[in-house]
Design a protein around this ligand. Structure first.
Ligand SMILES: C[S@@+](CC[C@H](N)C(=O)[O-])C[C@H]1O[C@@H](n2cnc3c(N)ncnc32)[C@H](O)[C@@H]1O
Length: 378
């Protein structure tokens, strides 16, 4: 087992700083933040811990090497010089995927097959195998990512992307990725003792992520990870990480979280998803149109991803909803309101200038996260 590993938590554009903060909160100090990724060095237990706990990262990759490569020979030799046998056993299955941006070696299929050949040679030599490698064991997805002639070689530890928490039984037309929903909640000052509402809840992602955060439940608790099959990570290390997650969960933390949607089918889906997430009936779900929203408590948080009105014919309807929401929330100045939308005129229609705005991508759609801070009692 290696003493130390270099891990990369990949992040959607705009979420890097939030992922970095989460990595630091797990206790890892030397954190390097670049576009799309957060790199940190840690002991092996960070593989289960990061996979289990990081709410906003896409994947956790293990960095095997990083070097300049201007020719295929250089790529081959430098790849072969890396200690692949430390990570991939003689029966390991290791497909190679690739990407290349602004690099001399631009043919991705060629880069992939060169990296594959180099790893095969290295493993045969080091594991002492004369024939071919069977590749019928655990799964190690290798990636060669070239950027400005720097080759980064990694192995994916997560398996499916970390947004797949394992609770989504159904979804609507435009579900938010769980990682982005968690980021939206983390970008607020909400604390679990405060009311929380999503009036356009769809399949319930934002409310469910808020409940997981509110009870400090590890988002990966309900799923499996590719690296659970790797025999160089002792079972004890995984057991400890799962035990730590269990010990830190605050199942007794009361929550006041409600999701509303105009579509009763979405309410059924939200209920099923919350059940699957192990939240039982901790979240209240109700069919309601936004114009009937009447918050009863003070100092609450409204966090939502309403329709954007990008489709022809939808715009007027969507603008009416934004207007209704603005006029309802004007009567509740102690509430903080957070809305993610791509509508460029949102503030004007809502009727108030945002306290803060943040650019975020929802998939490929460029959006703004409008943040209206509630008035605090003096
Ligand atoms: C972009 S989706 C929300 C997706 C959600 N964040 C998720 O992860 O599944 C917008 C939701 O607003 C709902 N909606 C549309 N008009 C509404 C209205 N007037 N009042 C309340 N909900 C409405 C739609 O049914 C849809 O589920």
């Amino acid at each position: 087992m290696p003493q130390k590993v270099t891990l990369i938590a990949t992040a959607a554009m705009g979420l890097e700083a939030i992922v970095a903060q989460e990595v630091k909160n797990l206790g890892y100090k030397d954190v390097e933040v670049e576009n799309g990724r957060v790199t940190f060095e840690a002991d092996v237990s960070a593989i289960p811990r990061a996979n289990l706990w990081l709410r906003t990262a896409d994947r956790i990759k293990l960095q095997v090497g990083k070097f300049k490569a201007y020719s295929f020979d250089e790529l081959f030799e430098k790849t072969k010089a890396l200690p692949w046998e430390t990570y991939i056993p003689e029966d390991g299955e290791f497909p190679v995927i690739g990407k290349s941006v602004k690099s001399k070696l631009y043919s991705v299929p060629d880069c992939q097959s060169i990296v594959k050949k180099a790893i095969v040679e290295r493993l045969k030599q080091r594991h002492g195998i004369a024939s071919w490698l069977k590749e019928d064991g655990a799964f190690y997805r290798v990636e060669i990512a070239l950027h400005k002639d720097t080759a980064l070689l990694t192995i994916d530890t997560s398996g499916s992307g970390l947004h797949k928490r394992g609770y989504r039984t159904g979804q609507g037309e435009a579900p938010l990725k769980e990682t982005l929903a968690a980021a939206l909640v983390q970008l607020t000052n909400w604390t679990p003792d405060k009311p929380f509402v999503d009036p356009f809840c769809g399949s319930g992602t934002i409310a469910i992520e808020a409940a997981l955060i509110g009870q400090n439940i590890a988002p990966g608790f309900n799923r499996e990870f590719a690296s659970e099959e790797w025999d160089w990570i002792p079972q004890k290390v995984w057991d400890n990480a799962f035990q730590e997650a269990e010990d830190h969960a605050k199942y007794d933390q009361p929550l006041d979280i409600t999701g509303y949607d105009i579509d009763h089918r979405m309410i059924e889906i939200s209920k099923a998803n919350a059940m699957e997430a192990g939240l039982g009936d901790l979240i209240q779900w109700k069919q309601m149109q936004v114009k009937d929203l009447r918050p009863k408590q003070e100092n609450g948080y409204l966090v939502s991803n309403p329709p954007y009105g990008e489709r022809i014919g939808e715009r007027e309807e969507v603008e009416a909803m934004y207007r209704d929401l603005g006029s309802i929330m004007r009567d509740h100045p102690s509430w903080s309101v957070y809305v993610l939308t791509s509508h460029s005129n949102f503030e004007k229609i809502y009727g108030r200038q945002a306290s803060k705005k943040r650019k975020l991508f929802n998939g490929y759609i460029q959006t703004d996260y409008y943040q209206f801070f509630g008035k605090r009692p003096k």
